[in-house]
Design a protein around this ligand. Structure first.
Ligand SMILES: [Zn+2]
Length: 142
């Protein structure tokens, strides 16, 4: 999340404070936006209803400066298993706008993933070869 937006929501929720010199329409926007968030301790959380259990779930709001740290952590803990697994892992606990987009970029740049992908390609082409080989052997016998 944009640090400015974070400040606005945090300020409003903690003591109904707005940034100086802003228009009434801006205040309305902040109020509307803040509705989905809650402060606990000194952290901001995003509130959302869980589709499966119908319970409200809280996800920690991540600002731009912490984004790469969280991405890295979730990607590694997901076992370098592509974009979807990493996104799921992030969605369990964290919130910001554009998670999928950021994860896609991050995974593309991950050296370990690129290396594994390369190995995977070689491996599957080898399997294909083994698979076709006995077939042609059978043909030769007939
Ligand atoms: Zn990776």
């Amino acid at each position: 999340m944009d640090p400015e937006e974070y400040e606005q929501i945090f300020g409003y929720l903690s003591d109904k404070r707005y940034p100086n010199d802003i228009k009434e329409s801006e205040k309305r926007r902040i109020r509307k936006m803040s509705y989905k968030f809650v402060i606990e301790g000194s952290d901001l959380f995003y509130l959302e209803k869980d589709k499966l259990s119908d319970n409200m779930v809280k996800r920690l709001v991540i600002t731009k400066d912490k984004l790469s740290t969280v991405l890295k952590m979730c990607h590694i803990s997901s076992g370098h298993q592509g974009i979807n697994k990493t996104v799921n892992r992030i969605n369990e606990r964290y919130y910001w706008k554009g998670i999928v987009e950021n994860t896609r970029k991050f995974v593309k740049q991950c050296e370990i993933c690129q290396e594994t992908k390369q190995k995977g390609k070689n491996y599957s082409s080898r399997i294909k070869f083994c698979f076709h080989w006995p077939k042609s052997l059978g043909k030769n016998r007939n």
